[in-house]
Design a protein around this ligand. Sequence first.
Ligand SMILES: [Zn+2]
Length: 134
Amino acid sequence: MSHRKGACLCGAVSYTLSGEPRAIALCHCSHCKKQSGSAFSFNLVVRESDYQQSGDTTVYLDTGDSGEPVHRHFCAKCGSPLFARIAAAPGKVILKAGTLDSLEGLRPLAEIYTAQAVPWLDAVEGAQRFPQNQ
Ligand SMILES: [Zn+2]
């Protein structure tokens, strides 16, 4: 079983990830752009039981396309987004991959909300594309 470690920028929140991600995807939606301050986000879908956190996050309650709540967790000290919990994926944590200490071996297998992707970004080779959510 693989173990990965991650943390926010300041280190106030850290975590260990065990097991393998259930999905690895880029998300091009407008909310991910806003929250990341970038053109897209790089997300891992992991089992709740595989995610062990140390330190406390602050939650921003967002709303997804479905109208269901999206709980976006971030570090209140440095502002790093760490993960989200969404009603549509019970028992899962949507982890912001950029907070991992190493991205080695992690390659996106899907891209979602590609209808909102910036036009200058090429498709990731081998990744399935979904215009909206998958
Ligand atoms: Zn922090």
